[in-house]
Design a protein around this ligand. Structure first.
Ligand code: DLL
Length: 434
């Protein structure tokens, strides 16, 4: 099995840590000089770049949060002048405004390298046909995979997400050897292929899946139904996009690209750094990002880190599959959704027609996520005719689609029918079982 950058991927720990220290010093100094909010946080702690001698001093540096991106929207945390920013991507914030990230030419090249490490594991070469069913656009999935496939010289089929009949027809006619998409969509494709008996017409060898949590059970099902190897890839827009970590052929944890990112696990309540092996919140510092670097960024993803040597020979530590979040973000059909975004829409369209009592219900039917929102009508709307009720439902639904980018079913309920809670309101019911 090919390794894309063997010298880096199997670099002895000592050399790797030396490289990290040197890059961290460079990054901290650069951000101190160029990113005013970072400098202010350093000063609050009485720190200057000289205090950071290497990774041994990482724990002294201030954390950063999703909220920082919102507060400095859109470009306030960039460390390069805009003429050096060659691309932006965006992702959901906790409110109506998205968060924006920027990349220099060098960032884009390093990103393609990181994703290429993952794609090389899946044996993607010049002879491969990569059907990329991650969404193209602001989402980092489509372009992230695309550039790496280009780097490896594969033939890219840039089909983007959705439209299952077209996905299947393309897979057959164009001879796709690899498929990239969310794992739940891969499950859906696998079941449809099985139902329609299409497997003999396929040339698929492997798939790379990520952008949402999945389980070993889902992997097994995908592998068995499609007769392929299914590899996990992880990442987030704020750090880069896909490729922050990736699975090797051992399929036992995701190697973090440690020459570019340092990972820590912390207790999300106390912010105390936890030892390898303990579950906690994953925190990343970017070592080589030029356009939008971050130090100690709180991902909110819960997982463990594992520094044991791996059978594949890579020396970079592994993270376990993320098992949950330390905030209330939901990932629905690969799209990040914050309940606060839904609440904001309800407030906006309300005008006395609905009450602030609502419930968000997420489920998975035929491997596709569903989003239902139950909202109580006001007495006033309740006494109105059915057409006004339907009009309100339509308005909420279309507003939600434009804010979230995915559809939701709205069910207006009779007044006082949504269960009241004595403590915290239970607004989110996630019935998905991975
Ligand atoms: O989802 C980047 C990506 C694209 C990763 C394609 C892999 C493949 P965001 O939209 O910013 O970026 O969402 C990031 O998605 O914090 C996790 O909660 C979740 N996530 C991403 N990959 C995985 C994975 C992309 N393999 C958020 N397993 C992250 C579990 C994942 N959760």
């Amino acid at each position: 099995m090919a390794m894309y950058q063997p010298n880096i991927e199997t670099m002895p720990r000592e050399a790797l840590e030396q490289l990290q220290s040197q890059r961290l010093r460079w990054q901290v100094r650069r951000m101190y000089e160029r990113v005013a909010p970072f400098r202010a946080r350093m000063e609050e702690r009485g720190l200057t770049p000289d205090d950071i001698r290497g990774i041994c001093d990482l724990h002294r540096l201030p954390f950063s949060y999703k909220k920082d991106l919102r507060d400095h929207y859109p470009y306030g945390l960039f460390a390069e002048p805009m003429e050096n920013i060659k691309r932006v991507h965006a992702s959901s914030g906790t409110t109506g405004k998205q968060i924006v990230v920027g990349y220099t030419q060098g960032d884009l090249a390093r990103w393609a390298d990181c994703v290429s490490r993952s794609m090389a594991v899946a044996d993607i070469t010049e002879r491969s046909f990569v059907q990329n069913a991650f969404g193209y656009g602001f989402f980092t999935g489509g372009f992230g995979i695309h550039s790496a496939a280009e780097c490896l010289g594969a033939t890219i089929i840039p089909i983007s997400a959705g439209n299952t009949p077209r996905q299947l027809q393309t897979m057959i006619d164009f001879g796709a050897t690899h498929i990239t998409c969310t794992p739940s969509y891969a499950m859906f494709l696998a079941e449809t292929i099985e139902e329609q008996g299409l497997l003999p017409q396929l040339k698929l060898q492997a798939g790379i899946f990520g952008a949402e949590p999945w389980s070993e059970n889902m992997r097994r099902t995908i592998q068995e139904k499609l007769h392929i190897k299914a590899y996990d890839i992880y990442g987030l827009s704020e750090i880069m996009g896909p490729g922050v970590s990736y699975e090797c052929e051992a399929q036992n944890g995701l190697h973090i690209c440690e020459d570019h990112f340092i990972a820590e696990i912390i207790d999300p309540e106390t912010e105390e750094v936890l030892p390898y092996g303990s579950p906690g919140e994953l925190v990343f510092s970017t070592l080589t990002k030029e356009g939008f670097p971050v130090i100690r960024y709180r991902t909110r993803d819960i997982c463990t880190l594992n520094a044991e040597p791996c059978a594949c020979g890579r020396t970079h530590i592994r993270m376990g599959r993320p098992t949950g979040r330390s905030d209330d973000m939901l990932i629905i059909r690969g799209v990040n959704v914050f309940p606060s975004q839904i609440e904001e829409v309800l407030l906006k369209v309300s005008e006395g027609t609905i009450t602030p009592n609502y419930q968000i219900i997420v489920d998975r039917v035929n491997n596709t996520d569903t989003l239902d929102v139950n909202v109580e009508m006001s007495e006033h709307l309740f006494s109105d005719d059915i057409r006004s009720v339907e009009a309100v439902e339509r308005r909420i639904s279309s507003e939600l689609r434009s804010i979230l980018g995915i559809g939701a079913k709205i069910h207006l309920q009779n007044p006082k029918t949504i269960e009241r809670s004595e403590g915290k309101a239970k607004r989110i019911i996630d019935n998905r079982k991975l």
